[in-house]
Ligand binder design. Structure first.
Ligand code: ZN
Length: 96
């Protein structure tokens, strides 16, 4: 993440490689806030709100934030970039 070392293999990027790659991953909750209407909010019972708040209370601020939006940034050397593109998600091959 510092641009000096490959985040996958730890190889120095500036000295050993001409090219480095940046991977920027955004993981965000895929709901549209506009879909929540005033009616929906009124329909939500107080026990539902309480259950929701109880659940949030058990999370750290970071955990709660991660559930909605998370950004990750990595630097990769060329061999690791090639490997990463072959399998961006573990267990999911590129050819679906
Ligand atoms: Zn590497």
């Amino acid at each position: 993440m510092d641009g000096i070392c490959c985040d996958r293999c730890g190889k120095g990027l500036l000295l050993d490689e001409d090219v480095r790659y940046q991977v920027h991953i955004i993981v965000q909750a895929a709901y549209d806030p506009m879909e929540i209407t005033r009616e929906d909010l009124q329909k939500t019972s107080s026990s539902t709100w309480k259950a929701l708040l109880d659940r949030l209370e058990n999370l750290t601020e970071k955990e709660a934030q991660d559930q909605v939006h998370r950004e990750l940034q990595f630097d990769l050397c060329p061999p690791c970039q090639k490997l990463y593109l072959e399998m961006p998600l573990p267990g999911l091959s590129e050819s679906r």
